[in-house]
Design a protein around this ligand. Structure first.
Ligand code: KG4
Ligand code: ZN
Length: 370
């Protein structure tokens, strides 16, 4: 976090850019958080033949599509670059090639227009989505609990404020989405495995296989998915290659999904208890990341929150998965506090949330603000 000379009120709409993984996205929000225009382009088709995100392909695709996408959202918003009050881009954690592309475009616009540039922590952007006007009347008040479950991340975080996050627990091996993707691959489903596995599970019996619920009941709120993955792989290995009957595949998918849902609900219950001890006034659990789109998981979390007198906020799936609205909004939250970054801010492939408060101890903003 960096602070600079007080900029006073934000002078115009904020452009947000997201390029940390395999979604290229741009959005423009007015200073109240109203979305003026947004666009997201998934690179799923480019990566699918390889069964996962290929960093080099991702970086090239961001480079090929981002400039035109930025122009498109500006045109749709009816704005010139000179109308902007700031530019925010995901600067980590993520794949370095994409982060360099997004940060470079953002810095170029900020320099040319003499407006502040905000290096956004992608995880903080997921965390602050809950405060977008319109989701919770008046915006979610701090503090709240975040369960982030995506292809790259699986963690519980107490969100105390902008730049103030306390990690309560996280995965010791795979992320939840990664587990879905790997089991999807085992079952011969297209990548990414999550949505396809959820569809397959609809016709399966979740009680057919008693797969392990990793860490169930364990103190704290860490996660682990490797034992579950191994257990599923052992069942799949009982069938000759390529000869898994459709109903058996559906039963495996449903049983696996059920194990993940119960595990996440159990870990969330522990996280809520930990959170309540430290922040008795906070009663909101926010779930974000691609896995939050899963209906069985949402239902399990809904039950867990109700039982603990919490409220569950699951933003619409398009705001749960990677997007630029959350990046622009984080830019607005930071700019409103006078927080922006220097032009020499280097993108960070690794950038834990709880390092945010001390990440850029050096004070002083980058772009010459208007
Ligand atoms: O947040 P996201 O779009 O990208 C990042 O990883 O940052 O999440 C993608 C992940 C993938 O692993 C995908 O398989 C998983 O979210 N996912 C799902 C579902 N939709 C996406 N997992 C389970 N059920 C779903 N419906
Ligand atoms: Zn993400």
């Amino acid at each position: 976090m960096q602070t600079g000379p007080d900029l006073g009120p934000i002078l115009g709409p904020v452009l947000g850019i997201e390029t940390s993984c395999d979604e290229t996205a741009a959005a423009v929000l007015d200073t109240d958080g109203v979305v003026l225009a947004e666009a997201v382009l998934s690179q799923e088709a480019e990566h699918a033949p390889f069964g996962g995100v290929v960093p080099e392909i991702a970086a090239r695709a961001h480079l090929a599509t981002l400039p035109a996408m930025v122009q498109l959202v500006m045109r749709r918003a009816g704005l010139q670059f000179s109308d902007l009050g700031g530019v925010a881009a995901s600067a980590g954690p993520g794949l370095i090639g994409g982060l360099i592309v997004g940060s470079g475009v953002a810095k170029g616009i900020a320099l040319a227009q003499g407006i502040p540039y905000v290096a956004v922590n992608h995880l903080e952007a997921h965390a602050l989505t809950a405060r977008l006007p319109g989701l919770v009347p008046g915006g979610a008040p701090f503090p709240y609990l975040l369960l982030l479950v995506s292809g790259g991340h699986c963690q519980c975080v107490a969100v105390e404020g902008v730049g103030r996050h306390v990690r309560l627990g996280g995965t010791v091996d795979d992320a939840a989405g990664e587990a879905f993707d790997k089991i999807g691959k085992l079952l011969g489903l297209p990548w990414p495995g999550g949505p396809a596995l959820e569809r397959l599970a609809r016709s399966g019996d979740p009680a057919r296989h008693a797969f392990p619920r990793p860490m169930l009941g364990r103190a704290g709120c860490d996660f682990s998915f490797s034992g579950l993955k191994t257990a599923v792989a052992q069942v799949v290995a009982r069938y000759p290659a390529g000869a898994l009957p459709a109903q058996d595949a559906a039963d495996i998918a449903a049983s696996f999904q059920c194990a993940v849902a119960e595990t996440l609900a159990d870990r969330a219950r522990h996280a809520m208890a930990m959170f309540s001890t430290k922040y008795p006034e906070g009663r909101l659990l926010v779930v974000a990341g691609g896995v939050a789109a899963n209906a069985t998981i949402r239902a399990a979390l809904e039950d867990a929150t109700r039982a603990q007198d919490f409220f569950l906020l699951a933003p619409p799936p398009r705001l749960c998965t990677d997007n630029a609205v959350m990046v622009a909004w984080t830019g607005i939250e930071r700019l409103a506090l006078g927080l922006y970054d220097k032009m020499d801010f280097a993108p960070r492939p690794r950038w834990p949330l709880d390092a945010l408060a001390v990440a850029g101890g050096e004070a002083g903003g980058g772009a010459a603000p208007r």
